[in-house]
Design a protein. Structure first.
Length: 564
C-alpha cells in the first residue's frame, strides 16, 4: 500500500533530457513542465528544491530528481555503498511505511510508533494459514501425497539451481505433470506459489505447531523469538509469519524524527502519545513535507507543523472527524492540503495557524485514503488532483470545489505532465482542461503505486511487471518486463523514482532495483535482493545519495560509487 504523496506538482521531463536524445515533442513536454513549475503559487525555495528531496516523490512531486551528479551504473554485485544507518526505527505494523525526505542537510521521517512490546500473540483471524500459504484457498484439504511431493520438489536441488524466468516454467511443468485436472483447479495456485517461494515458504509440517501456538500469548518479543528459533522458523519464513503476530498491548505514538543527513545521527525527535494504532491500510505511513523552515506531518492524531531546525511545535490541527490516513501534505496556493480521514475527506489548512479552510467529503472513504494530492496549474490558476477508491477528482485549490471527476482511483496517486494526467499506476491517461478530462488511453484495472513520467513516457510498477508506455500513445506498453529476479517477486510494493535517467524501485521482500529509463527496451542496471528496504516505501534521492526506509532503521547509500 503504498504509502504516500506529493506537494507542488508535476514535471515529467528531466532537465537533462536532451542528454538522453530527447528532442522534438519531448522538448515541448519539458518546456511545459518548467512553465508549470514556475507558476506554482507555493511556499517553496527553488534552489533548495533542486538540491533536496523535500516531500513525498521529490522536489516537484513527480518522482524525479531534476538535478544531481552522474550515478554509478551498473551496480556492483552487492549494490551501492552504504554510508550510514540510523538508530533502530521500526516499520510496517510497528512503525508504518512513511518515506524519508531530505532538506538542508537533514533527513525527516514520520513514524506511527509502537513502543517496546508488552505481549504478542500469533493471530491472523480465520485466514491466518491461507495468508502465509500453509493451506489452499477453499474447503478442500491438500492430499497428503501431493503435499509430500510438492514439498520435496520446492526443496529439491533442481529447484535450487533455477533462476528468474526458469522458475516459472519449471513450476508450471511440475504442476502439469503431477496434478490431475481437478487438482489443478483446486490446488494449482497454492502449489505454484509454494514452488516459486522455494526455501522461503514455511514448511507445511509446522501447521500443527503454529495452530497450537496461537492459543498462547508470548510475554515479550524475546520469548517469541526463542519459540521461533526452537522451531526453525528464521529468515524469510520468520518474516512471513511475523506479519500475523500483532501486538496485544503497546503504547502508540506519532513520532517525527530528524536525522543528520551526513551521519544518520538523530538530531531531534518529537512524540505525541496515545495515537490510534497504526494500521497498514489507513495510518502511520505519511511522508513529511518540509518548506520555509517548517516540517508538515499528517499524523494519526493530527496534522502537525514543527520548526524544521529544532522540532519545536508551531501548531497542531485536529478538527472534528480528523482521522488516521496515509496521505502526505501538499503545499499549494497558500494552503496545506492533505487527506484527513474517511469522514473529513480531503482538507485544506492555513499554514499560519493550522485552521481548517475547506474540506471535501466527496474524496473520503475507501482504500484511496492512502493516496495524496497533486497540484496542477492552468493559466496561472492552481488546481488540486486527488483520488478516492474509484475516481480522480479535480478541485479548485482555493475553495475545494469539485470541477470534474473521472475513473482511475485506488491507492496510487495522480501524476501530472503539462496538461496530461496519469493515474492508477499507469492504467489511465487523460488530457485535462479546467472543465473536463478527456481519456487518452485506458488499460483498465488499478494499481497501488504511482508512476513516473519522463521525456514523454510513463514508467510504472504494477503487479509483477515493469512497464513503459508512451504518454501520447494508445496505452499499449512499449515494453513489459516481469520482475522475476528472485522467483516471481511483486514489484508493486513501492512507487518508482528517477534520477540521472535511471529508475529506482523497491519490490517484494526489499528487492531493490535500478532500471534504465528508456523506451527502447527494458534494461536492468542493478539489483539487490533482500536489501532490507521496507516494502511500500519510496526512495529519496538528493545529491547522488539515496535515503531508504529500512525494515528497522533509515539508511543512506552513495549512488555515485561502488560498495567497498
Amino acid at each position: 500500500m503504498n504509502a504516500k504523496n506529493q506537494p507542488p506538482s508535476l514535471p515529467d521531463a528531466d532537465p537533462r533530457s536532451d542528454r538522453f536524445g530527447c528532442g522534438g515533442r519531448e522538448s515541448k513536454f519539458l518546456a511545459g513542465t518548467m512553465l508549470v513549475v514556475g507558476c506554482l503559487l507555493i511556499a517553496w525555495n527553488t534552489a533548495q528544491a533542486e538540491e533536496n528531496w523535500p516531500q513525498w516523490r521529490g522536489p516537484t512531486r513527480d518522482g524525479v530528481a531534476a538535478k544531481g551528479p552522474a550515478l554509478l551504473a551498473p551496480w556492483p554485485a552487492k549494490g551501492p555503498k552504504k554510508l550510514w544507518q540510523s538508530e533502530p526505527i521500526p516499520t510496517q505494523k510497528e512503525g508504518g511505511f512513511g518515506s524519508v525526505v531530505v532538506v538542508g542537510g537533514k533527513a525527516y521521517l514520520f513514524v506511527g510508533l509502537k513502543d517496546p512490546l508488552i505481549t504478542r500473540r500469533i493471530a491472523g483471524g480465520d485466514r491466518w494459514a491461507i495468508d502465509i500459504q500453509l493451506v489452499p484457498e477453499g474447503p478442500d484439504k491438500l492430499p497428503e501425497a501431493l503435499a509430500k511431493a510438492s514439498e520435496a520438489a520446492r526443496l529439491s536441488p533442481d529447484r535450487g539451481k533455477l533462476k528468474n524466468q526458469e522458475i516459472l516454467g519449471w513450476a508450471d511443468d511440475w504442476i502439469a505433470k503431477n496434478l490431475k485436472d481437478d487438482e489443478q483447479k483446486k490446488f494449482g495456485p497454492f502449489v505454484k506459489n509454494r514452488l516459486l517461494a522455494g526455501t522461503r515458504a514455511i514448511p507445511l509440517e509446522l501447521f500443527a505447531k503454529l495452530e497450537e501456538a496461537r492459543k498462547k500469548e508470548f510475554a515479550n518479543q524475546a520469548e517469541l523469538d526463542k519459540w521461533l528459533q526452537e522451531n526453525g522458523i528464521q529468515g524469510p519464513q520468520r518474516e512471513a509469519l511475523m506479519r500475523l503476530v500483532p501486538t496485544v498491548n503497546a503504547e502508540t505514538k506519532d513520532a517525527i524524527f530528524c536525522l543528520d543527513a551526513a551521519t544518520g545521527k538523530t538530531l531531534w525527535k518529537k512524540e505525541y502519545p496515545n495515537a490510534p494504532m497504526p494500521d497498514i491500510e489507513t495510518s502511520g505511513s505519511s511522508t513529511p513535507t518540509v518548506a520555509d523552515g517548517r516540517c508538515y506531518v499528517s499524523g494519526c492524531l493530527a496534522l502537525y507543523c514543527l520548526n524544521a531546525e529544532t522540532g519545536a511545535e508551531i501548531w497542531t490541527s485536529a478538527p472534528p472527524d480528523y482521522g488516521p490516513n496515509c496521505s502526505s501534505p501538499l503545499l499549494v496556493d497558500g494552503l496545506v492540503v492533505v487527506r484527513s480521514g474517511a469522514k473529513l475527506g480531503l482538507a485544506a489548512y492555513d499554514p499560519k495557524d493550522g485552521k481548517l479552510v475547506w474540506n471535501q467529503k466527496a474524496i473520503a472513504a475507501g482504500r484511496g485514503c492512502s493516496s495524496s494530492a497533486t497540484a496542477w496549474v492552468k493559466a496561472g490558476k492552481p488546481h488540486v488532483l486527488c483520488n478516492d477508491a474509484k475516481q480522480i477528482f479535480c478541485l479548485e485549490a482555493k475553495t475545494g470545489k469539485v470541477l470534474w471527476s473521472v475513473p482511475g482511483g485506488w491507492a496510487g496517486s495522480p501524476v501530472v505532465s503539462g496538461d496530461y494526467l496519469v493515474a492508477a499506476g499507469a492504467r489511465y491517461a487523460y488530457k485535462m482542461t479546467p472543465e473536463k478530462a478527456e481519456k487518452v488511453w485506458d488499460r483498465g484495472g488499478m494499481s497501488a503505486t504511482t508512476a513516473v513520467i519522463f521525456a514523454g513516457h510513463v514508467y510504472a510498477c504494477t503487479g509483477k511487471h515493469f512497464t513503459c508506455t508512451k504518454l501520447e500513445g494508445d496505452g499499449k506498453p512499449l515494453w513489459d518486463q516481469v520482475g522475476t529476479f528472485s522467483g516471481g517477486d511483486y514489484v508493486e510494493n513501492g512507487s518508482p523514482v528517477l534520477a540521472d535517467g535511471k529508475l529506482f524501485t523497491i519490490g517484494e521482500r526489499g528487492l531493490l532495483t535500478m532500471i534504465k529509463a528508456s523506451p527502447e527496451k527494458f534494461e536492468l542496471l542493478g539489483k539487490v535482493e533482500n536489501s532490507g528496504a521496507a516494502e511500500n516505501t519510496t526512495p529519496a534521492i538528493a545529491e547522488g545519495k539515496m535515503y531508504l526506509r529500512m525494515t528497522n532503521c533509515v539508511a543512506c547509500f552513495d549512488l555515485t560509487k561502488g560498495k567497498e
